[in-house]
Write a protein that binds this ligand. Structure first.
Ligand code: UD1
Ligand code: CA
Length: 487
């Protein structure tokens, strides 16, 4: 036995239709440590899409069948679905049996979905339920005239055209394999009939599995009707068994998602190279250049341009920004900010309005005020910078002493000369300055100048003054990257 929790008896309230999602199979064709249905499409596990459709169509909490090998599925779906354990995955018929054992007696109809058919839409499921009701059928199923039926169950019909049975690919004769009408693995089933008959399923001679699809022949034996909802093959219903099919489904989903964003007012010069995950939000007049990846809960404000080669994860970007060839992770960028090319905003970076973060800049867990300029090759970690501060080329916060991280506090209107080293913890007051190459180890009072290594505190010279005893190279100059700097 496994150490999985006991099976719950489900809900007291009557639920006429319950969706059962099969997700206990080993998914061997994926060749993966990760259960198949947890593989992602556009950044979201495929079973999440199935649950969306299941909940919308059935109006109730679905039941997901998992097995010890797919235990990760149980915890993943726990918030949105009940779960039933299939001890050993002996086939889809056995999985449905495990579901029935966990379903309340007042359930009158079971909607069966496969966890590996993620592009299924709720309106198709609604039509399936309606088709069963119309014909008072024991089973309604979705069939597809497949362009490539390889590997799938074939729908065998009588000469009169009624559905007779389904034969699995592995069990089919050569003649039966010529049939192109396939079973999509989506069913609406009369629950009372199912409870009576599921015990009659027998293992396949070819694979030893119990096939849910054999229920079709059983229903026919009982003189019950089978309703088939035929749909055209748009590649969405043939299921995902391997990574080639996963990539194709992701492609389909991405084309559709990008189309929706284009119609919503987003410009993409080459949508085929733009990768947007499911949770991304874009405003009107956002421009996404080629080769842009936006992941997780990223939000981009109106008028912002995300330049080629950017990769942005879980970040919030304001309006009228320009982000070029940069990587942003769990960061916030306010309005009218420029980032890049080649900047890296790591978790906790917060860049204030009108700031300019430039070439080879790295920011981590730091808050930059408004109109801060950090133009060239510099690192800010665990720092706070006031408005209008200028960060010279090569400025580094030495925030880590080998044991702990320390903070650097920099006031407003501070001017950091090129190659300033700030040994944290350290505070620089408003309006202070550092000279080129200063190694700042002690606090700098507001309005003062820090020069040399280790830095000594001076008065800031008046214009045209040359500070006494300061070699020319120590002057608070150098290309510091202000808006009117030469670089
Ligand atoms: C199944 C159908 C086939 C149909 C195809 C459509 C059967 C026997 N065959 O084949 O007619 O054309 O789907 O995509 O049903 N699962 C369990 N427990 C198990 C075995 C499978 O929960 O013991 C789950 C899997 O996790 C998967 C789903 O059932 O989500 C379908 O199983 P899979 O092995 O992929 O079936 P197919 O060979 O694709
Ligand atoms: Ca499958």
């Amino acid at each position: 036995m496994t150490n999985t929790p006991p099976q719950p008896r489900l809900g007291a309230a009557a639920r006429p239709t319950v969706a059962v999602v099969l997700a206990a199979g080993l998914g061997t064709r994926m060749r993966s440590r990760v259960p198949k249905v947890l593989h992602e499409l556009c950044g979201r596990p495929m079973i999440d899409y199935v649950l969306d459709a299941a909940i919308a169509a059935s109006g109730s909490r679905p039941l997901v069948v998992y097995s010890p090998a797919t235990d990760a599925v149980r915890s993943h779906v726990a918030e949105r679905a009940d779960t039933a354990l299939q001890d050993v995955p002996r086939g889809t018929g056995d999985a449905l049996r495990a579901a029935l054992d966990a379903l309340a007696d007042d359930v009158v109809e079971v909607l069966v979905l496969s966890g590996d058919v993620p592009l299924v839409q709720a309106d198709l499921l609604a039509a399936l339920l309606e088709a069963r009701a119309l014909d008072h059928a024991a089973i309604a199923l979705v069939s597809v005239d497949a362009i490539d039926p390889t590997g799938l169950g074939r729908v065998v019909r009588t000469e009169g055209g009624t559905v007779e049975r389904i034969v699995e690919d592995k069990d089919a004769t050569d003649d039966e394999r010529q049939i192109t009408e396939i079973n999509a693995g989506l069913y609406a089933i009369d629950a009372a009939w199912l409870r009576r008959r599921i015990g009659a399923l027998r293992p396949s001679a070819a694979t030893g599995e119990l096939y849910l699809t054999d229920l079709v022949a059983l229903a026919r034996e009982d003189g019950r009707l089978i309703a088939a909802l035929d749909v055209d093959d748009d590649g969405r219903l043939t299921g995902i068994n391997d990574r080639a099919q996963l990539a194709r489904a992701e492609w389909d989903m991405r084309v559709e998602m990008n189309d929706r964003w284009l119609r919503a007012g987003v410009t993409m010069q080459d949508p085929s190279t733009v990768y947007l995950e499911h949770g991304v939000q874009l405003a009107e007049d956002v421009t996404l250049e080629p080769n842009v990846i936006l992941r997780g809960r990223t939000v981009v404000g109106r008028g912002t341009r995300i330049g080629a080669g950017s990769r942005i994860i879980d970040s919030i970007i304001g309006e009228d920004c320009a982000i070029v060839a940069s990587v942003l992770e769990s960061s916030t960028v306010e309005d009218q900010v420029t980032v890049g090319p080649f900047s890296h905003l790591r978790p906790g970076a917060h860049v204030g309005r009108r700031s300019e973060v430039g070439n080879y800049a790295e920011i981590k867990n730091s808050r930059l005020g408004e109109h801060v300029r950090q133009h060239h090759m510099s690192y800010l970690g665990d720092a706070e910078l006031g408005d209008d501060t200028n960060v010279g080329a090569g400025t580094i916060t030495a925030n880590y002493d080998g044991v702990r991280k320390h903070r650097t506090i920099i006031g407003k209107g501070v001017f950091l000369g090129v190659d300033t080293m700030l040994r944290a913890p350290v505070t620089l007051g408003d309006g202070s300055k550092t000279g080129a190459g200063a190694v700042v180890t002690r606090d700098v009072p507001a309005g003062k100048l820090a020069l040399g290594m280790p830095a000594r505190i001076r008065e800031i010279p008046k214009p045209d003054d040359v500070p006494a005893g300061v070699p020319a190279g120590d002057a608070p100059a150098g290309d510091s990257g202000g808006p009117d700097s030469a670089a």
